[in-house]
Design a protein around this ligand. Structure first.
Ligand SMILES: *Cc1c(COP(=O)(O)O)cnc(C)c1O
Length: 391
């Protein structure tokens, strides 16, 4: 058998290789605590599971669902968007169901990119953006998220020859891996830049509902006229503890939504209707769950930040998402640090370099482990793990 040459440029997915390392340590008898993967530990709300149970029996859901998503789902998205962001979306032209937002992010590149075209991706950033652009034959240009600007990029650093060839700009706030939250003022600058350079902005809002200190994250679509330049990807995965269900949506820019939808008609046949019905229950009635999750992650964030500070770490608490992005001590690199922490404390963190060259010098800690395991991980780290200023 011969594989396509594009496969040679495709590295193993970051989290797949972490899984392997954890398995090896576990096989060796280590009680490993993984802060490596962002997958909510709390269960899906019971009412959502019950909605699936009831809808699963309905014959209407046993046939192919509509490609763009059920009308009920798209209308629930529109209701959520008005309530949450004060933005009116047309459920027919501006909302598209996705099999999880990762699917939409990856396929958007196929609708927009081609050889010679550039996509600007955040560095550090979710690895899916760059991989999808390269698979689609496009060129990746990495835009550094500046720690001194609260992990926002400086759009003026994009050279004009890059901007001229750029078709797509990926952004993601609340941000994975840095935990940064963007202001509406920043999105206003982004929309103005995108308009000036005729670039489609793809804003990945997978963590839109997870922010701390009572500061909700804005949608880029709140910027007047943003629908002319921006498509926004949303997900029920992190907001409602539904990563296993595979449901999200794309919204905004009608031509981009149409193109992505048309591409997908050739690739998949939609999301099981009963899952969409369960998602309607979540969007319409489970706001309390998102409130509870914000409180839970904020408490965990505070414990992690406090523990790391007590070991010498210079650290500002993140404003959102489910991660703490911590610099490695001077003299370390991110892979070496993560390997040492696993060896000494049995604690897994993700090396920052996996999120792009600008992620070197950092590790990412996920807040999605139960409180007692998180405390145990921090206690072990304090007892035997590396400190920020090695003595
Ligand atoms: C988890 C995550 C997603 C994917 O979520 P799904 O909707 O489950 O596919 C997208 N973007 C970022 C940045 C994520 O961390």
């Amino acid at each position: 058998m011969r594989l396509a040459s594009r496969m040679q440029r495709l590295p193993p997915y970051l989290f797949a290789s972490i899984d392997r390392r954890v398995e090896q340590a576990r096989a060796a008898g280590v009680d490993v605590i993984s802060l490596g993967i962002g997958d909510p530990d709390e269960p899906t709300p019971a009412a959502v599971v019950e909605a699936l149970r009831q809808s699963a029996g309905l014959a209407e859901h046993h046939r192919y669902p509509p490609y763009q998503g059920t009308r009920a789902f798209r209308e629930a998205v529109a209701r959520f968007f008005v309530r949450r962001f004060g933005v009116a979306l047309d459920p027919d032209r501006e909302v598209l169901a996705l099999i999880g937002s990762k699917e939409g992010l990856a396929h958007l590149a196929w609708a927009v990119m081609e050889p010679g075209a550039v996509a600007i991706v955040p560095d550090p950033g979710y690895p899916v953006y760059a991989a999808a652009v390269e698979l689609a034959g496009g060129e990746v240009w990495r835009l550094r998220l500046d720690p001194d600007r609260g992990h926002l990029p400086d759009l003026d650093r994009i050279p004009s020859e890059v901007a001229a060839r750029a078709r797509l700009l990926f952004l993601n706030y609340p941000n994975n891996p840095t935990g940064a939250v963007a202001s509406l003022a920043f999105f206003e600058q982004v929309v103005a830049w995108a308009r000036a350079h005729d670039v489609l902005v793809c804003h990945d809002a997978a963590y839109s509902e997870i922010t701390f200190d009572d500061r909700p994250a804005p949608s880029i679509l709140q910027v007047p006229g943003a629908g002319d330049v921006a498509i926004e990807m949303h997900s029920l995965s992190k907001s409602f503890n539904m990563t296993g269900w595979r449901i999200g949506w794309a919204c905004g820019h009608p031509e981009a939504v149409e193109a992505l939808g048309r591409l997908k008609t050739h690739l998949d046949s939609g999301v099981f209707g009963a899952i969409q019905a369960a998602a309607v229950e979540a969007l319409d009635h489970q706001e309390e769950v998102t409130r509870r999750m914000r409180r839970l992650y904020q408490r965990r964030r505070d414990r992690v930040v406090e523990a790391l500070r007590s070991m010498g770490w210079p650290l500002e608490p993140p404003g959102g998402a489910i991660y703490v992005w911590a610099p490695v001590p001077p003299g370390w690199d991110s892979i070496g640090f993560a390997a040492t922490l696993l060896e000494r404390a049995g604690v897994v963190v993700t090396p920052g370099v996996g999120y792009g060259p600008a992620g070197e010098g950092y590790v990412r800690l996920s807040l999605t482990v139960p409180d007692d395991r998180l405390d145990e991980a921090l206690a072990r780290w304090k007892a035997s793990g590396p400190r920020y200023h090695p003595t």
